[in-house]
Design a protein around this ligand. Structure first.
Ligand code: NDP
Length: 316
């Protein structure tokens, strides 16, 4: 078991965590970043990122994250591959324990643990997860070349993934529980213009249908919420794209959260209710959830951690 000590401990290696690491390293704070379950965060699950400034031709999500990490390490941040399983924020230095058994102590802590894809919660979804049911079209679309697939959700993720799926699938049926999409208008226009995509409105999944050995999905039964009518949609793949849950379980009862579990930060700040603990990125952002806003709050958290250390007399 190794004990690491740092002035700025960062949990999470998405856009928020890595930007915090860049800023803290450039403030000579020698930050230590624990990468977590999914190094690089949600952007590693996406393909084209067209809205991160500075890339006129767009950039691939995984490449963007590799670049951010390389930049953080070049300016002096240390990135460790471990998963924090315990966090004691009762006194400073804050003490976190990793899955490896190693201990991480931070005079300040930046929580950038992000958010994770949400599931429908119907039994057949669990039964067929990995056998045709997926929450990541960009990861799994390839397996559905020439097949019929369905996707559930009406936000930017569902629309973006529906369009992406048409690169592989024969047809894509998007199922949405209302009669209007939440996604940005320009993305909706692309969706409606795509001849491979059909939208089923006002409908919720009842059951994922399947059979065979090894088991495989062959359809999605949906219920119209207005009429109660049941319809079976032929589909060999069912993609769930209904939003995300913030990764705040570690801090339950210690850091304040809102009703949906997102960490609450002070206005115009990344400060949480525990002095010296800051939160950045999707874990505290239920509204924007963009790479660039995550990076922005990561920057804020590092600057605020620096100010906190100065105010508390840490010898820098
Ligand atoms: P959102 O929360 O925006 O959308 C979730 C969608 O799933 C909604 O349409 C919602 O319906 C539906 N939904 C939620 N729960 C259920 C359920 N139990 N059953 C059926 N449907 C359900 O999540 P996204 O992942 O789409 O987007 C998250 C954030 O990331 C957003 O801010 C989005 O703008 C951003 N994003 C941006 C992209 C880009 O700019 N390129 C790409 C992808 C995401 P309802 O509408 O009725 O609430």
């Amino acid at each position: 078991m190794t004990t690491y000590s740092t002035k700025v401990l960062i949990i999470g290696s998405g856009a928020a965590g890595l930007t915090a690491a860049i800023y803290a390293a450039r403030a000579n704070l020698k930050p230590l970043l624990v990468a977590g379950l999914q190094p690089g965060g949600q952007l590693t699950l996406t393909t084209d990122v067209d809205n991160f400034p500075g890339f006129p031709e767009g950039v691939q999500g995984p490449e963007l994250m590799e670049q951010m990490q390389a930049q953080a390490e070049r300016v002096g941040a240390e990135v460790i591959y471990d998963i924090i399983t315990e966090a004691d924020l009762g006194k400073r230095p804050f003490r976190c324990v990793g899955d490896s058994g190693d201990v991480y102590e931070g005079e300040t802590l930046i929580v950038a643990t992000g958010a994770t894809a949400r599931w429908l919660g119907i039994p057949s979804e669990t039964e067929y997860r990995g056998f045709g049911v997926s929450a990541c079209a960009t990861c799994d679309a390839f397996f559905f070349r020439g097949k019929d697939v369905a996707i559930i959700g009406g936000g930017n993720t569902a629309v973006e993934e529906a369009i992406f799926l048409t690169n592989h699938a024969k047809s894509v049926t998007l199922v949405h529980r209302r009669d209007a999409l939440r996604a940005e208008r320009v993305m909706q226009e692309h969706l409606f213009a795509n001849p491979k995509i059909k939208v089923v409105w006002d409908s919720v999944p009842e059951e994922i249908l399947g059979d065979g050995e090894p088991k495989a999905v062959n359809g999605l039964r949906v219920k119209n919420v207005k009429t109660g009518a049941l319809t079976d949609i032929p589909a060999e793949g069912v993609f769930v794209a209904i939003g995300h849950t913030p990764n705040t379980q570690l801090f339950k009862g210690v850091l304040d959260t809102d009703a949906e579990g997102y960490l609450v930060t002070k206005p115009d700040s990344t400060a949480t209710n525990v002095p010296g603990v800051f939160a950045a990125g999707d874990v505290q952002d239920r509204i924007f959830r963009q790479a660039v806003t995550a990076a922005g709050t990561g920057c804020m958290a590092a600057i605020e951690a620096d100010h906190f250390l100065v105010a508390h007399g840490a010898e820098i």
